[in-house]
Design a protein around this ligand. Structure first.
Ligand code: NAP
Length: 237
């Protein structure tokens, strides 16, 4: 079978490795981040919207499209749904379960930046792990706050109220605890990615009884089949 995997997360790489022995796999990356070592064809960069993806599916005689993008990569998932519908190529999605608060943890759920901003008021030392969005608001940092922003890469002017940390996970529990202590963090701002790769920060804030402002996932389109684990998807093929 000719399978196109829309990737960008660790589980997508696992899928590609497992399927490459028995299927003809094309693994697609947006172009950010590291290129994984894979025994299959890898392509990099956008398709040019759903129209470009539709052409790609036809040109490459794709039999199955697997959306294994990050749960916050909503635009790609919507394009995949539209292109799959137009070409009648079946669309499967790997969607890992969202994180859930454990007993005794203090999570405040928000849906967007406005929600984050209105919840942030009672804190002084937030730690942002939601990508680049906070960096668009650094001129709005109140005088009583200092922001720690961790992201893959960024280039912004430093201010006395901002610490930028460019780093790629995974991070250990010990590393996360040390970071929280070093920067006197009093709230974690996270997006509900799910999965294990960057989960240690949740264990660390739980241990230190630090509240979490949790950004909910975007709404994703319906697909033909949805899987919560890599194994269940592999078993279905
Ligand atoms: P997005 O907003 O949904 O997508 C933006 C555009 O990037 C898409 O319209 C598409 O361009 C291109 N694109 C995205 N994923 C692609 C893929 N796998 N192959 C080819 N083109 C892709 O996505 P994003 O949030 O920027 O994420 C980009 C990539 O990083 C995704 O592959 C995702 O799995 C990975 N990632 C994202 C996050 C996150 O928090 N968002 C975290 C970890 C990893 P065209 O319209 O030109 O086709």
């Amino acid at each position: 079978m000719n399978i196109l995997i829309l990737g960008g997360i660790g589980e997508a790489v696992k899928l590609a490795r497992a399927l490459a022995a028995t299927h003809s796999i094309i693994y697609s990356l947006a172009g950010k981040g590291r290129q994984p070592e894979l025994p299959c064809q890898i392509r990099r960069g956008g398709f040019g919207g759903w129209q470009g993806l539709e052409i790609f599916l036809r040109d490459n005689a794709i039999d199955l499209l697997i959306d294994a993008t990050h749960p916050f990569a909503a635009q790609m998932s919507h394009h995949a749904a539209q292109a799959a519908q137009r070409t009648e190529v079946p669309l499967w999605a790997y969607r890992r379960p969202a994180w859930q608060p454990t007993l005794g943890s203090d999570w405040r759920f928000v849906t967007d930046w406005a929600g984050i901003q209105s919840t942030l008021g009672e804190f002084q030392r937030p730690f942002f792990t939601i990508g680049l969005e906070p960096l668009q608001h650094t001129t709005e940092i109140p005088a009583n706050q200092h922001w720690l922003v961790r992201c893959l890469a960024a280039d912004v002017p430093m201010t006395s109220r901002l610490t930028l940390l460019c780093a790629t996970g995974p991070f250990s529990l010990e590393q996360e605890l040390a970071l929280l202590r070093e920067h006197h963090i009093d709230v974690l701002v996270a997006k509900n990615s799910g999965g294990h790769a960057v989960e240690a920060k949740l264990a660390a804030v739980q241990q230190m009884q630090i509240p979490v402002i949790m950004l909910d996932r975007p709404v994703l389109p319906p697909v033909n089949r949805e899987f919560e684990t890599v194994k269940s998807l592999l078993d279905a093929l």
